[in-house]
Ligand binder design. Structure first.
Ligand code: SF4
Length: 80
């Protein structure tokens, strides 16, 4: 636990000193833009865009005629 606290304090110190930058939160479309050769990022971005930028809607997708249906992200665990 002490090591964890130590690591966190070190992280905060580096952030405050400007040694490192706080990671930016990106949505799946921004992630795909940042990593244009990743097929997984492209699929995640496509489904995210198709579902009005709602992950839950991707999970609930029922368009099983879509080529991405079986490999779409955020599927319910007991599906397939
Ligand atoms: S699998 Fe569903 S959410 Fe993904 S692109 Fe196809 S229709 Fe859209």
């Amino acid at each position: 636990m002490d090591k964890m606290k130590e690591g966190f304090n070190e992280y905060r110190r580096k952030l405050e000193n400007g040694e490192i930058e706080k990671p930016q939160k990106m949505d799946p479309i921004e992630k795909a833009a940042a990593n244009p050769k990743s097929l997984r990022a492209a699929i995640n971005a496509k489904c995210f865009d198709c579902s009005c930028r709602q992950r839950r809607e991707v999970t609930l997708c029922t368009v099983n005629s879509c080529p991405l249906f079986k490999i779409r992200p955020w599927q319910a665990k007991n599906e397939n």
